[in-house]
Structure formats: C-alpha cells, structure tokens
Design a protein around this ligand. Structure first.
Ligand SMILES: Nc1nc2c(c(=O)[nH]1)N[C@H]1C(S)=C(S)[C@@H](COP(=O)(O)O)O[C@H]1N2
Ligand SMILES: [Mo]
Length: 210
C-alpha cells in the first residue's frame, strides 16, 4: 500500500470522512510553514494599518484598534495546501471579510479582490468566493488573527492573515496589509507564476490550465 492510500486509511481510523480530503492530498497534523521572502516583524502594532481601496467610493485605512473593534467569530475548518498537505479541524478567530467590506461603499462593478501583504505578496480571489457562509454557517473568509486560541505565530501571518479555507492556502495571504476591490480578475503572485486563478482543491485546480 502506497503513502497516499495508507494516509486515507489513517484518516478513517481518526473518524474523518475521506470525502473531506481533496484529490491528490494527504492529511497531516503538522502545520508546515510556506512562504517566499522574510517574516516581517511588528514590534509596535500602533504603526500597523490595513488599507481597503480600489473600487470603493472612499478608501478606508483601518488601524489595529479599529480592526479589533469589529465583530469577530471563531471557525473550525479544514485547510489544503497545493503542496499536497491538508489539515483537519483547525481553529481560527478573526473578523469576517464581509464585516470589513461593510465599512466601505463598494462599486457595483467590483467582482474581485486582491489581497496585498507586507513585502508585496499578492493573491487574487473572486468576491463570490469570500462572501457568504459555508455549510456549517461560518463565514467563508476571515481576517484571522488567532489560531488554536492564540495570536498567530509570526511564521503563520502575525498579526493578521486572510483566510479563505475552501481554496488552496496560497490564497490565504499572511501579513495582510491591503484589500483591493477590482472590476476584473487579475493574477496575484503565484497566479502569475503558473498557478490557478481560482484554486479550488476539490476540483484540483492547482495550475493555470486545471
Ligand atoms: N504574505 C504571504 N502570504 C502567503 C505566502 C507568502 O509567500 N507570503 N504563501 C502562501 C502559501 S503558498 C501558502 S501554502 C500558505 C502557507 O501558510 P502557512 O505557512 O501558515 O502554512 O501561505 C500563503 N500566504
Ligand atoms: Mo503554498
């Protein structure tokens, strides 16, 4: 029996339905760290801000305090990385993306979102993918600032990362600094390097032509 098959058997033993594991993935209980470039340091969050801009009537710049004053929720979700690992039942707390969206007047022609991170990493998603709720009634995208009941580790995006668990994890930009509303879908960092514009793990949309 090969690695992937054995891994699926272990999942059944843990009581996790194998349908939750997307094609070509294996389950792990580790939390690998993956990114390009350096991990930013934030010794002073009073100097941190988040820009909401693009197709909005008036751009907003949120301070850390303003972000923390927005309603937050806890969610439990599975996450899937294009490098083939998946983790089940991961816990996060954060501000639903829609709560941030409500702070601005979005132009009706806006269809997509570009997430901008510290040092220029970007990831594009369709607005349709980041609004609404999942089958458990949880928001489909969060500005996540806690994982496992504690502030995010620097490696995993402290102080806040975008989290859109139903897409491959490269869409979940760590060290988030900007949300740009766009009238079209334009590639972010990995999408410009051959990865899928959409990135649905259950459709195995890893690369541009998938
Ligand atoms: N800012 C930033 N966010 C990023 C990345 C990055 O390089 N820079 N890499 C992405 C990729 S490819 C993956 S798989 C996930 C990994 O998240 P993790 O390190 O918390 O497991 O972060 C995503 N978010
Ligand atoms: Mo990744």
């Amino acid at each position: 029996m090969g690695f992937f098959e054995r891994n699926r058997h272990e999942l059944v033993a843990r009581g996790i339905a194998t349908e939750r594991l997307p094609p070509g993935q294996y389950a792990t209980e580790r939390f690998p760290v993956l990114h390009v470039g350096d991990v930013p340091e934030y010794p002073d969050l009073s100097r941190w801000d988040l820009r909401v801009f693009g197709m909005v009537t008036e751009r907003r710049v949120l301070s850390w305090g303003e972000l923390m004053s927005l309603p937050s929720v806890s969610i439990e979700v599975d996450i899937h990385c294009v490098t083939k690992w998946s983790r089940f039942d991961t816990g996060w707390r954060g501000v639903p993306f829609e709560a941030v969206l409500q702070l601005v007047d979005v132009h009706p022609a806006a269809t997509h979102l570009m997430c901008h991170s510290e040092y220029g990493y970007t990831a594009n998603v369709a607005l349709d993918d980041v609004v609404g709720t999942d089958s458990k009634g949880q928001p489909r995208a969060l500005l996540a600032y806690e994982h496992g009941g504690r502030p995010l580790d620097p490696d995993h995006g402290y102080p806040v990362r975008f989290l859109v668990p139903h897409l491959y994890l490269w869409k979940s930009a760590k060290w988030l600094r900007g949300l740009e509303l766009l009238p079209l879908d334009t590639p972010g960092f990995w999408e410009s390097n051959g990865y899928s514009m959409h990135g649905d793990p259950f459709l195995e949309q890893r690369y541009a032509d998938d």
